[in-house]
Design a protein around this ligand. Structure first.
Ligand code: BMA
Length: 316
């Protein structure tokens, strides 16, 4: 039996990436999408420049831990001529899709209309093919499943209702990544004093296990002086990903280290990248810390799955 608080271990060399590692002047580097590509770990990092506008730049490492090499130019830049992304592009999640023989990047495009969901496709992380805006504002925290379910691609996203002020996780389906079905609710924030009562959002793309889709999400608790951003886990039904079958009662990672407690936005652990290293039975979770730097925590994949399966079933 493993307790949730013991599952993830911070990398001793955290933070992995800070503004000082960048080949050009920036304010901060955080909230990276992650994947394996030709054996390298790719982090597509959100860079906030010194105007306050974000773009996405690649950092690569052989082992996913050390010796990061940062590209000289953004892979996806803000576009001053585009109403959707003139205020920047943020918080990418990367999914390898076998059927497309490439990676789909889901990210937030930000403009005067509010944040909305954009997709792009790449094979090599050197050039990208934009797939356009797929969810209108206000919507963000989008993450695509790595394969179709029942003939459809599945995109998780987080619309915000102005009327109810709810910010929950929904999913939409598509056969071509362009036309999307009516959103269906997946997961709601809890209520009252719970750690994930104020807002939630899907983190990195879910990982398929024999028991269900393993998902990492962020939960927010609004305090008087700060918002606490923490990380929880859910498992979704493999054939019906609107159905939650397990949900961790507690967070599995929350702001504790100095670099998570102190920054541009204090008390933030914001998970956006997940690499499953099957050979090592390891999950490496890459996250933004305090909207200032990139950090990583790792867990045994089999322990995480065993722990989730040991929880009481949801929705039965
Ligand atoms: C969320 C997103 C993230 C950010 C987090 C904490 O709403 O905008 O980009 O890291 O807030 O500020």
């Amino acid at each position: 039996m493993h307790f949730d608080a013991e599952l993830f271990h911070r990398e001793p060399t955290n933070p992995l990436l800070t503004a000082g590692d960048w080949p050009y002047p920036i304010n901060s580097v955080f909230n990276p999408g992650a994947c394996l590509h030709n054996g390298d770990t790719i982090l597509l990092c959100r860079i906030e420049d010194r105007r306050g506008i974000s773009h996405l730049t690649v950092a690569r490492s052989k082992d996913g831990r050390t010796n990061w090499v940062v590209d000289a130019k953004p892979l996806i830049a803000d576009d001053p001529t585009d109403q959707h992304s003139c205020w920047g592009v943020e918080d990418p999640r990367i999914t390898y899709v076998d059927e497309l023989a490439g990676y789909v990047i889901a990210y937030t495009a930000y403009g005067p209309g509010g944040p909305c969901v954009a997709l792009a496709r790449t094979e090599d992380f050197e050039s990208v093919e934009p797939l356009g805006i797929v969810m209108p504002p206000e919507d963000k925290n989008a993450s695509l499943l790595p394969r179709k379910v029942d003939g459809h691609y599945v995109l998780f996203h987080r619309p915000v209702s102005v009327l109810s002020a709810r910010a929950d996780v929904w999913l939409s389906k598509s056969t071509d990544l362009q036309a999307w079905t009516t959103p269906e609710p997946v997961m709601q924030s809890r209520s009252g004093p719970w750690w994930d009562a104020t807002r939630i959002g899907m983190g990195p793309p879910p990982v398929e296990t024999p028991h269900g889709w393993l998902c990492v999400y962020h939960g927010v608790k609004q305090m008087v002086a700060t918002s606490l951003y923490r990380v929880g886990l859910i498992m979704l039904d493999l054939d019906d990903p609107t159905k939650i079958i397990r949900r961790t009662p507690s967070w599995v990672l929350g702001p504790d280290a100095e670099y998570e407690r102190v920054g541009d936005v204090p008390n933030v652990v914001f998970p956006t990248g997940l690499v499953h290293d099957e050979a090592r039975d390891e999950l490496r979770l890459y996250y933004g810390a305090a909207d200032l730097c990139v950090a990583m925590a790792s867990a045994r994949f089999s322990e995480v799955v065993d722990y989730l399966v040991s929880l009481p079933p949801e929705n039965e």
